[in-house]
Design a protein around this ligand. Sequence first.
Ligand code: URP
Ligand code: ZN
Ligand code: ZN
Ligand code: ZN
Length: 510
Amino acid sequence: MDFDLIISNGILVTASEVLPAGLQIGIKDGIIACIGKDLPVSSTTKIIDCEGAYVTPGGVDSHVHLAQKNSPTGDGWETGSRSAIAGGTTTILAFASQSRDDASLYPVLEDYHRKSRGQSYCDYGFHFILTNPTDAILQTELPALAADHGITSVKLYMTYDAMKLSDRNILSVLLATRALGMTTMIHAESHDMIAHIIAGLERNSHTAPHFHALARPRIAEDEASYRAIALAELADAPVLIVHMSSEVAMSHVRDAQTRLLPIHAETCPHYLFLLSAALRPSPEDPFSGAKHVCSPPLRHHPSDLTALWRGLQNGTFTVLSSDHAPSSYASPLGKQLGMVDGIPRFSAIPNGLPGLETRLPLLFSQTPACLPPEQAKLSLPRFVELTASAPAALYGLAGRKGSLAPGADADLVVWFPGARGRRVVRQAGLHHGVDYTPFEGVGVGNWPRWTVLRGRVVWDADADVEGEGGGVVGEKGFGEYLKRGRGRVLVGRTGGVPRGMEVGEREFWL
Ligand code: URP
Ligand code: ZN
Ligand code: ZN
Ligand code: ZN
């Protein structure tokens, strides 16, 4: 075969193993054609010499907010997707968000297609956020949208006035999505606990950014996570609890899994690397803590960080996503919305952090590729599984994305050999459309040297494209919309009997 590109002299890492050195990847027409040795080179074959570095699948980031209506200074498609490839992520799943007054999902989808079409540097798909799940949407639109447009997942909120669903509505959605084999993502925080605490804090004038963490305590995440699991158990439907930040909430997932319920969980780099102390004012800027406002909030205790790392190691978490949901800081419509006439009001700060570009390097830094084995927190295959293969499988892209296997899209990251990729994360070196990173000053052990999307080099760290010692060499608009199939991890029902119910009881009302 005449290969377009051969990736040579790398150490290939899959979700199950680190392959022996000496293997090459042969790429033809954007697809991995074969993995082998001494592949034939023609006059038109390009070769990438990895110089012994690791090669991993392109990242799949399954939780990304771009150009969302409610986020005027958030990241957009061009800049967000550009930052994705600069950080080794070749596929993103972003949200098409229904407003309460949207009676149909079709105009919502068209709106998000219009914003992303021709803009993306990486491949992408959508999840729907449902805020008004009418019978017509659940019974008629979702099945058609899954079949015709490949949208096979939804996200539901248990908090935020503009998005929250009642438990009863959540049950209706779960019963509809389980019939379709769709994945339901749930943002689990107790709305009423939080609303009550915020009112009390405001009454007492405790409105600075760091009170945000106090307003959304771990028990609010804990209670709602358990409730989401109970609803899933009652409906016999699989769910994934998104962006989990704390140990007790995570332990409910672990407990549900030991009872063989299809409960999955996601966490994000900021919950693994940062603590709520970051919400405190800096000497130069009393409002700087606003940069770290996200929900659930960063937690107080290092024990939560330790617990979450354990959850990544032992399989409690299925995926690791960025929850890239930033707002600019120094903009009157961004984080500064929480500063009114010089008085801070944390409850008005838009929630969410940037993290699309830094997700892979931060995690890769904790593998034996960058640390002595006894200090590494994740094995290399587990890194691949959490950041690429599992999200691809979970969201209906298995076989195509997230794996270094013949037949899959040739999406991959070539890292730097040895310590040559070491960097300190700086806002100035990032490619997103917002004005800060919460990881400013954090050292990473490596950075993608090349990112390849469907056989095309789209990021080349050594190309001096922008005069900054690194560059995006892909093209805006090269990213394609992905029609997804059914998820492979979260499918089917358990057929089990919910705890506390009798056999056959549910059949009276289902
Ligand atoms: O703080 C966050 N995560 N805001 C973004 C929206 C969400 O809930 O994922
Ligand atoms: Zn959320
Ligand atoms: Zn989110
Ligand atoms: Zn650049």
